[in-house]
Design a protein around this ligand. Structure first.
Ligand code: NAP
Ligand code: GFB
Length: 335
């Protein structure tokens, strides 16, 4: 699965002089991105001096400082990839902007505070391209994180994510900590959240396609289909995350996305899922539903400076592989 051509460059980049024993804690290890990192690590990217620990919310509710502290005392991590978050698509965000702010603020503050108190060598947290200002020039780059309000539909999530960058800069300027962050575009792949109410567009369409085939009904997509998005395959993002953990030494964020030229419309995304699910039925656009942000086109100029040859999995191939995974794992998939 995915695209192996980029390995040599990333592996070469990742060789280390005198490796110290690393205990790498991945919060949110059971989610879409966490499972992808686990797959690439288990399938060869792990180094002999590394112990990887993938966490679920049942291991620790990170909104509780006491529980988070106990977890850090138990594992004594040297490195942390902080993925855990309250995550959802456009409609979930529009319904619960306050919870998205409060839950994510609590988790982010607790994890970074425990990283500091636990003398963690490096922490890589996860932002999102939806946090950038809605009224902006394009393409968006890393210097624009705080340049104006985000889109109304997800202000809670967006501001909580921006505060990670504020915390990273605070821990760096006051204590010299190497706490940094990455900014992925929309992510998709195996182990996604397929809940029809809370999912992002691609997993929602895969689930709706599956049900439409089963019941011989039309596929309903929401909005006009005109908005544009950059979609990154979770397995490609996972390889970039491992590279950032080992080699990216800036506190400032770095965008991890496919290039601007790979941006597609929601209608393109619908057609890719229809092809991936081999759906032959009618497609209906419910334009009474929101389109959300029209676009959030991000530049990967900074990433390309570091990794000029990194290869992304072609969109249609990645969507097809994700559809196949969903159909094969329908019963156990999050719905
Ligand atoms: P996801 O599939 O919804 O997984 C969320 C993870 O967070 C799960 O492992 C969940 O654990 C854990 N979690 C949730 N609440 C928790 C709590 N109170 N305490 C401890 N753990 C908790 O999310 P994802 O799509 O992989 O997102 C991973 C990261 O990427 C997030 O920071 C997200 O903001 C960011 N991101 C995602 C996208 C996207 O399109 N999906 C785009 C840009 C950035 P359980 O499963 O055990 O409940
Ligand atoms: O993926 P999505 O929910 O998130 O929606 P955003 C993308 C687009 O898909 C919107 C359209 O224009 C929707 O109108 N769409 C069509 C659908 N059919 C569906 C459907 O069945 N379900 C969904 N969900 N969308 C999110 C942010 O924005 O991006 C989050 O709200 C997060 O905070 C995430 O950052 C990555 O791309 O619009």
């Amino acid at each position: 699965m995915g695209n192996e051509q980029s390995e040599p460059q990333v592996e070469e980049e990742m060789a280390e002089e005198t490796p110290i024993k690393k205990v790498i804690l991945v919060t949110g290890g059971t989610g879409l991105v966490g499972q992808a990192i686990k797959k690439v690590v288990d399938e060869g990217l792990a180094l002999p001096n590394e112990e990887w620990i993938f966490l679920a919310s049942k291991d620790c509710d990170l909104t509780s400082y006491e529980a988070t502290k106990a977890l850090f005392d138990k594992h004594s991590p040297t490195h942390v990839i902080h993925l855990a978050a309250m995550v959802g698509g456009l409609f979930a965000n529009m319904r619960q902007n306050l919870e998205f702010f409060r839950m994510n603020m609590a988790m982010n503050d607790n994890v970074l505070r425990c990283c500091h108190e636990g003398n963690v060598i490096k922490c890589v947290s996860c932002l999102s391209t939806c946090i950038f200002p809605d009224k902006t020039t394009y393409p968006i780059d890393e210097t624009m994180v705080h340049n104006g309000p985000p889109h109304d539909s997800n202000f809670g999530y967006a501001y909580a994510k921006r505060m990670i960058d504020v915390l990273n800069r605070g821990y760096s300027t006051q204590y010299g900590r190497m706490f940094t962050s990455v900014v992925p575009c929309n992510v998709f792949g195996p182990y996604d959240n397929y809940s029809l109410e809370n999912a992002h567009v691609l997993p929602a369409l895969m689930h709706k396609c599956y049900l439409a085939k089963q019941h011989d009904t039309p596929l309903t997509t929401f909005g006009t289909g005109k908005p544009r998005r950059q979609f990154i395959y979770s397995l490609d993002l996972a390889r970039l995350f491992v590279w950032v953990l080992r080699k990216y030494e800036e506190v400032d964020p770095i965008i991890l996305s496919v290039g601007e030229e790979e941006e597609v419309s929601i209608t393109d995304a619908v057609n890719a899922v229809v092809k991936g699910m081999d759906f032959k039925g009618e497609i209906v656009y419910d334009t009474s539903k929101a389109d959300g942000q029209f676009k959030k086109t991000a530049s990967i100029g900074k990433l390309r400076k570091y990794l000029p040859d990194f290869k992304f999995t072609p969109f249609e191939q990645a969507v097809k592989e994700s559809c196949e995974w969903f159909v094969e794992n329908y019963d156990s998939a999050r719905k």
